[in-house]
Design a protein around this ligand. Structure first.
Ligand code: MTE
Ligand code: MO
Length: 199
């Protein structure tokens, strides 16, 4: 990967604070899905990255599992106002996945099995800020939480963490995803309370 600047738009939490403005802590793990849970077998799962020039990179489950993985512990913040602290995941960093992807794109549109989409700046997927997660608390990621694999981008509201992830389309321009087209904020920084358009 090259060329683009690696700024960080997300506001960092004040020291010692876990709870963004307007949020409350929950210890449960609510399921929020806009439709039915797609059942995707590992054997038929594939993740593709497509660049702005049409270059296509694909990983089947075996190729994906052969990549080095990490065990991030992160806080989750849902726009419906619950936050969950200290969740433990297994996943492959987007830095690893995009290492050999030649692109000058600034935006990513993430697509899911089932049709969900969400958009974010490419730089928000880089520098240790995002993973393709396949494990949760030491177990396979449950289907209702996005298994076999989901995007995990915890510094933005959780609607950006696409469950049942299937593709990442890199582009020079920003295309709003499912919730972003329905009035949610284009970026979604919980520390700036960017819930809806105009926030
Ligand atoms: N594919 C897909 N991903 C999705 C959603 C969805 O409906 N479909 N919902 C989003 C929303 S609004 C939230 S809050 C989180 C919820 O994740 P959870 O169900 O694991 O708590 O998933 C996000 N990712
Ligand atoms: Mo959400």
């Amino acid at each position: 990967m090259g060329i683009i600047s690696r700024g960080f738009h997300g506001r960092r939490p004040p020291e010692g604070t876990h709870l963004p403005p307007g949020q409350y802590e929950t210890t449960g793990f609510p399921v929020l899905s806009a439709g039915p849970t797609p059942r995707v077998r590992q054997s038929e799962w594939e993740l593709t990255v497509t660049t702005e020039t049409g270059q296509r990179h694909a990983w089947d489950w075996a190729a994906f599992m052969a990549l080095p993985s990490e065990n991030p512990t992160v806080d989750l913040h849902c726009v419906t106002k619950w936050s969950k602290f200290g969740t433990e995941w297994s996943g492959v960093s987007l830095d690893v996945l995009l290492e050999n992807v030649e692109t000058a794109a600034e935006y990513a549109l993430v697509t899911s099995y089932g049709g969900y989409t969400t958009n974010l700046p490419l730089e928000d997927l880089l520098d240790g800020k995002a993973w393709i997660a396949y494990g949760y608390e030491g177990e396979d990621l449950a289907p209702e939480h996005g298994g076999p694999a989901r995007l995990l981008v915890p510094h933005l509201y959780l609607w950006k963490s696409a469950k049942w992830v299937r593709g990442i389309e890199l582009a020079h321009s920003d295309t709003p995803g499912f919730w972003e087209s329905a009035g949610y904020h284009d970026y979604g920084d919980p520390w700036r309370e960017q819930r809806y358009q105009g926030d």
